[in-house]
Write a protein that binds this ligand. Structure first.
Ligand SMILES: Cc1ncc(COP(=O)(O)O)c(C=O)c1O
Ligand SMILES: [Zn+2]
Length: 411
């Protein structure tokens, strides 16, 4: 039964299809151990709500509350989750040879990455279902976001991250009062420590896809993209893929909007972008596999996409295959150079993960996979200022009174 604020009806296993109740705390499928996804009563929603009703609501992710799991406005934990800008990139698109290129810029979210979306919805739902203590492994940004929302909701948070994760995310976790641990390893090593703590104590594991509501938060990127394009669809969505939740979420959003009839047209082609230093999805895609192999000794400056074995790999790969999409890996050298090109041509300091997605747009346009008239949306998943080391700022310091050489303007 739905409650009209949220049309959430049940949970469904992404692998075996088993139905689970949505109104009690849930982790993985009890039949097969795979992720659960939220399902909504879309027939009732179609009959009872028009998309025009959404237009009058506050410009925040909660405007889509019928398609979110939280059951009342009182249960929404808010830190200012604005609808983020869709910026038309004209200069940069011209350089790539594209007519219509948009960046969905997630810098404006609380904690400055799109991870706030999963945390806002995931923590709100966890608190609503009575959870008090949540634990998770992270590459940094998700931990910062979940720690912040947990504090807001009065929940305890246990966070484990690789020691190499962006330094500022440690400060964010600690300032939010979380219990933070660093591990000499990658996110899967952090995950093993969390799993053990969960087994031994009374923490709830909210790792990527081990609970069903993080996807729902990330789904709002897709809802916003469609509404911001005037309830129309792009041709291509390019996403920097670690755990893959954002990609799965955007695809789910569009599938729900198509089923509701709130948008018409073809499902966009999805592109999963990874780093050459951690490319399990790309390898699997190239071999036509339905799941990935552990990518050993992974390493990249685009830290958020250093996930050697994503739990939802089969969901990401399925999205790529069914939408006619593709998977691309890019080098750290190329993405660091692209970060500067985007900054200089558009004034946008993108995160390295976002820069990786831009490199993919460049390569795919050059190879002809993206046609010049394709309408392309690239996700910049966070703010470049969270990764200050991505730009070399080692400059000579001038003595006072130094006279700069005159450089004539090049016309
Ligand atoms: C900035 C940034 N971009 C992308 C990702 C990858 O996210 P997803 O798990 O949705 O693939 C992360 C994950 O940590 C991230 O922090
Ligand atoms: Zn199952």
């Amino acid at each position: 039964m739905t409650n009209r604020y949220s049309y959430l009806s049940h949970l469904e296993c992404a692998r075996c299809g088993q139905r689970h109740g949505a109104h009690v705390p849930a982790g993985l499928c009890t039949e097969c151990g795979s992720p659960l996804v939220a399902r909504y009563d879309l027939d009732a929603l179609r009959a009872e709500v028009d998309r025009e009703e959404v237009a009058d609501r506050p410009w925040e992710l909660w405007r889509y509350h019928e398609l979110l799991p939280v059951s009342s406005p009182d249960a929404e934990q808010k830190l200012g989750e604005v609808v983020t800008p869709m910026l038309r990139m004209r200069a940069y698109a011209g350089e790539l040879g594209l007519e219509e290129l948009w960046v969905k810029d997630e810098s404006a979210t609380p904690t400055s990455t799109f991870k706030a979306r999963g945390a806002a919805v995931g923590v709100s739902r966890a608190a609503e279902l009575g959870m008090r203590r949540i634990a998770m492994p992270t590459n940094g940004n998700a931990g910062a976001a979940w720690a912040s929302y947990a504090a807001r909701a009065g929940l305890r948070a246990l966070i484990v991250m690789p020691a190499d994760a962006p330094m500022v995310t440690r400060a964010e976790c600690l300032s939010a009062g979380a219990e933070l641990h660093l591990v000499d390893g990658v996110i899967s090593d952090a995950g093993a420590i969390v799993a053990r703590a969960v087994a031994d104590g009374d923490w709830v594991d909210v790792a990527t896809l081990k609970e069903p509501y993080r996807i729902e938060g990330k789904k709002t990127m897709g809802l916003e993209i469609v509404e911001q394009l005037g309830w129309t669809l792009p041709d291509v969505v390019i996403y920097p893929t670690g755990g893959g939740v954002g990609l799965i979420g955007i695809h789910k959003a569009i599938a729900e909007l198509l089923e509701l009839g709130w948008v018409e047209g073809e499902m966009p082609r999805f592109v999963a972008v990874q780093s050459e230093g951690c490319a399990p999805i790309v390898r699997a895609f190239e071999n036509g596999e339905s799941s990935s192999e552990f990518f050993a000794d992974s390493c990249t400056v685009a830290f958020g996409i250093n996930v050697p074995k994503p739990l939802g790999d089969f969901m990401v790969l399925d999205t790529l295959y069914t939408t006619g999409g593709t998977a691309v890996s890019v080098s750290d050298e190329d993405l660091l150079a692209e970060l500067r090109v985007v900054g200089a041509s558009e004034g946008l300091f993108v995160c390295p993960e976002g820069a990786a997605a831009m490199v993919a747009a460049r390569h795919l346009t050059k190879s002809g996979w993206i046609a010049p008239h394709d309408r392309v949306v690239v996700l910049n998943t966070g703010a470049g200022i969270k990764y200050p080391d991505c730009v070399d700022v080692d400059l000579p310091v001038l003595p006072p009174g130094y006279v700069l050489p005159v450089v004539p303007e090049v016309r």
